[in-house]
Design a protein around this ligand. Sequence first.
Ligand code: ADP
Length: 288
Amino acid sequence: MKISVQNLNMTYPTGKKALQDVSLEMQSPNFIGLLGPNGAGKSTLMKLLVAGLLPTTGEIQLDDVPLIKNEKKLKAALGYLPQNFGLYDELTVWQFLDYMSALKGIKESKSEIERVIGETNLIEKRKARISTLSGGQRQRVGIAQALLGSPQFLIFDEPTVGLDPEERINFRNLFSKNAQDKIVLLSTHIIEDVQSVCNRLIVMNHGRILFDGRSEELIRLAYGHVGVYNEEVQENEEHGFKVTARMNTANGISCRIIAEVLPDFVHPTEPTLEDAYIYLIEKGWKGQ
Ligand code: ADP
């Protein structure tokens, strides 16, 4: 499966330009983390990819055919968890998944529902009404419905919202397992969600793609722009840099900073993916 996005622009009726000249190619297998602050345009891009919105200009192609002419194929191949996923509160977990299976036209629905309930650790909750579930459990039901039928193209918009740390780890493992031969696009603003599992990162801000590549390449961009200094030794004045962490150490408070040019009193240090992401967002924003 191949999805090609060409020069996509999306302006909402309010006049808000949510996407500006976005182009990208996705081919299976591909596990992509879509990162960006709130309002960056991630959900808008995802809605366009599932044909839930039409772009103002530009085109999306699925296996070299325009998406609007290939919607049937898209629907058959798609598993989607939108950001505000509405569940039917009065149904049980099983009834809801049965209903979603019917909508998707899944034939062996019983075994398929068993499978996704098992993968999302919902076995004990299968007979529970959705209205009685916690936020994390509801989110897992949303993830389960997207996995029904083992779709080739999985789109998850902020899937880890509401999950506790253990559930987040389970979720990442579930994804690595499910991603093998598929295209998975996962949006988040939590770096740890994508760090270990994604083989490609796309960073967006203000409706534009700022970076598209491997996490090592993103980290490399931040070399020489991340450092630490001791706050006891150096007074914290306005130096034109961003402090990303303060840590108590035996020698006082150690500050971790990101700057275009590191001041003399700062010792350069190895950037993490999070540092690199912040550096890119700050740089992109200042460059507007
Ligand atoms: P993200 O998912 O990265 O948080 P969104 O795609 O939801 O970003 O939003 C991108 C921009 O478009 C934001 O400024 C948002 O306020 C705006 N936006 C999103 N949906 C609509 C809409 N239906 N009408 C008008 N503006 C919208």
